[in-house]
Design a binder for this molecule. Structure first.
Ligand code: NAD
Length: 281
């Protein structure tokens, strides 16, 4: 405990259950002295366990669909009423792809689903920022963070149309970060997190093998959900005031790796025992 968020107030999207990255951030933010408002969709409120988190962190829960501008306006107004004025940080921890859920491959996507993926997982971030700016909801030197993944830059089979959504999300952080920084001194960043076993993470094709691969390939190993929360706290704190418009990798070094010695040894070994061509899809 460092009291890094003492006196700060924040709005957290996306805590579904105790596996959610947003859940861990809420717990850590509370420990560091922040006051919180939590939000999720009405459906997720019913199926998840957010009330438990609200009780634990002494916060209120306001339902909102992050793609719905009216919901967002009401959410931010209610958040300001609750706090008695402006607040200091927002976590956008929201994503969904029906193409992934239905197991449709990237070269066979359903375009109605693709549009939904982009709306929920990328454009909603713009909507949150635009609504917060319009209502002048965030204090100077406030901080807004959304969650990304390395598939925005590099192809990882199975991540599907979420890769396109994350690329757009990172671009929105830069484009909005410029305007919000210049006009209101507010930071906007994305954190690109290691694969993590959450409800959304478990939907990614081959997540177990992928997590093992990235863990072995990263010099520091995969970053856990708790470590993600720690990093997030630093970015909400006053210790990182001049960090904005960045996509910040929190992945044990994975994104900078090409080939490790260990993986090379394993690769060479398996060349002696090749996998039958029909199994290599
Ligand atoms: N788990 C991973 O491996 C991993 C890695 C990098 C980035 N991320 C990102 O982290 C974020 C959080 O995911 P998570 O892994 O904690 O899984 P999660 O399933 O716990 O969280 C996803 C959240 O998005 C919410 N959501 C979906 N549609 C919404 C809508 N229309 N409006 C508001 N909320 C909506 C869900 O209710 C849920 O709470 C996502 O952006 C995800 O892409 C996850």
């Amino acid at each position: 405990m460092y009291n890094l968020l003492k006196g700060k107030k924040g709005l957290i999207f996306g805590a579904l259950n105790d596996k959610s990255l947003a859940w861990k951030v809420a717990e850590r933010a509370f420990e560091e002295g922040a006051e919180l408002v939590l939000t999720n969709t009405p459906v997720s409120l019913r199926f998840g366990t957010i009330d438990e988190l609200a009780a634990k962190t002494n916060s209120i829960v306001v339902p909102a669909d992050a793609t719905n501008e009216k919901d967002l306006e009401q959410l931010i107004q209610k958040t300001m009423e609750h706090f008695g004025g402006k607040f200091d940080f927002i976590l956008h921890s929201v994503a969904m792809s029906m193409n992934v859920r239905k197991g449709l491959k990237y070269d066979e996507v359903n375009y109605a689903y693709l549009q939904k993926t982009i709306d929920i997982s990328a454009v909603s971030f713009h909507k949150v920022l635009q609504t917060a700016k319009k209502l002048d909801a965030i204090n100077e030197w406030g901080s807004v963070i959304a969650l990304s993944y390395v598939a925005a830059q590099r192809t990882l089979y199975g991540y599907n149309d979420m890769a396109d959504a994350k690329a757009m999300l990172e671009s929105i952080a830069r484009s909005f970060g410029y305007i919000y920084g210049r006009e209101k001194k507010i930071r906007v960043n994305t954190i690109s997190q290691s694969p993590t076993l959450t409800t959304a993470g478990s939907g990614v094709k081959g997540i177990d093998g992928l997590m093992d691969f990235t863990d072995r390939m990263s010099p520091l190993g995969n970053a856990s959900a708790d470590e993600f929360a720690d990093y997030c706290i630093t970015l909400f704190s006053d210790l990182t005031k001049k960090v904005t418009m960045q996509n910040l990798f929190h992945d044990g070094g994975f994104s900078s790796m090409g080939m490790s010695l260990r993986a090379m040894n394993q690769y060479n070994q398996s060349l002696d025992n090749p996998i039958p061509a029909e199994d290599l899809i």
